[in-house]
Ligand binder design. Sequence first.
Ligand code: NAI
Length: 261
Amino acid sequence: MTTSSFATKKAIITGAASGIGYATAKLFIEKGFVVGLIDADKNRLESISKEFKQDGYDCYYRSVDVTDEINLKKAIDELTESLEGLDVFFSNAGINGTWAPIETLTISDWDQTINTNLRSTFLCTKFAIPHMKENGGSIIITSSINGTRIFNNFGASAYSSSKAGQVAFTKMAALELARYNIRVNAICPGAIDTAINGKTKYSADLDEVEIKVEFPEGNRPLKHETGTSEQVAQSVLFLATDASANISGTELYVDGAESLL
Ligand code: NAI
């Protein structure tokens, strides 16, 4: 049961159990992709897989921490085998981590954010290349407006650095992998209504470094609404298909012009 307009592309999505990753998995399968889901949340993966199968779609998954290179590689290799190939890799898993002044942010909190967001993007790309280099493909990386266009979320130095690093990595990888016809692009969402903010740890001394920023009335210029995961998923779909065949090494902002204020 597919409404296929992009027949049987094979895609792996990380962070697929929630928010942007889940919305993208849903959209991909509705468009005729076969998907392999990676996330640390095993229970959610199980229920998503049941949900997709009940709707008549194939779905493979592996519960893996994207900072664990041994199990991540194994998961990518096994999922590629189940999918019988790999055309699209969506490196999306990420955390806000701990937001704290640089002076008191712990080194392990810094490492956790950088490893979860940036190091995992390197690992996913590295492990996807052998599966994609023969036939080409599309790698999409979830960055953010933080660290690329806005710098006013005080305490988010690790998060913003990880997101800036992902864009630099996107450009380096786009050039390096063009020879294999592998395109690499980043999406930079603005505020999107997902579970991520509820998981952010704010340190008690954060107000010591905050500079109060007053936005002009309506800090979401387009429609005055927070964005949705489904809107981001539509942009990921565009970057995953031949509709974006000549686009590589660029970032696509999905933020209703929020980051231009
Ligand atoms: P979410 O919290 O709803 O989903 C993130 C998923 O990643 C969760 O299912 C979580 O279990 C998984 N995950 C986290 N750490 C993991 C790890 N070490 N290994 C495996 N899985 C892990 O968050 P959301 O909002 O969907 O975030 C997805 C991406 O979008 C992140 O990279 C985030 O930085 C980025 N983003 C989100 C924005 C927002 O406002 N929600 C704005 C800009 C970027």
